[in-house]
Design a protein around this ligand. Structure first.
Ligand SMILES: [Zn+2]
Ligand SMILES: [Zn+2]
Length: 149
């Protein structure tokens, strides 16, 4: 599903709060929020290249790691396969978002019926009590610290 919604000005407030477990992060853009939410879920990035000899090989916990893998000279064959698969001429220098199609698992696990997001009211209440007591770390810092459970 790569189609971008044409109307982007109207989104619900619920999409601006992470609301995964006790995560209270708020965002000004729902897309940033979605991207942030994905970090709560351990995802795998699999290399479609020839490095994959067993089931465990060719899987990476982070897109950056997969990207690094593709840049190794000894995995040039993998790079070729990936570039062909994604229709690219070369590995983009910045970021790893272009690797998104190689991600394993659902795009938005929090939308699955057996996952429950914390409701907005609770999040706001918690946020009220959290703010003012401790200085909150930036979202990136917090995630780095708690890792993927
Ligand atoms: Zn979060
Ligand atoms: Zn590979």
């Amino acid at each position: 599903m790569l189609s971008r919604p044409s109307r982007r000005s109207k989104y619900s407030e619920e999409d601006l709060y992470c609301r995964i477990d006790d995560c209270l992060w708020a965002f000004s853009d729902p897309r940033t929020c979605m991207k942030h939410r994905q970090r709560h879920f351990p995802v795998q990035w699999s290399c479609p290249g020839p490095c994959k000899k067993t089931d465990k090989e060719g899987k990476f916990a982070r897109s950056e790691t997969l990207k690094r893998h593709l840049l190794f000279r000894r995995y040039a064959a993998c790079k070729k396969v990936v570039l062909k698969r994604l229709g690219l001429q070369s590995v983009p220098a910045s970021g790893a978002l272009w690797l998104a199609p190689l991600r394993d698992g659902p795009d938005r696990p929090w939308e699955s019926p057996d996952f429950q997001l914390t409701d907005l009211k609770t999040v706001k209440e918690r946020k009220m009590s959290v703010c003012g007591t401790t200085k909150a770390p930036s979202p990136a810092e917090k995630i780095r610290r708690r890792r993927y459970k």
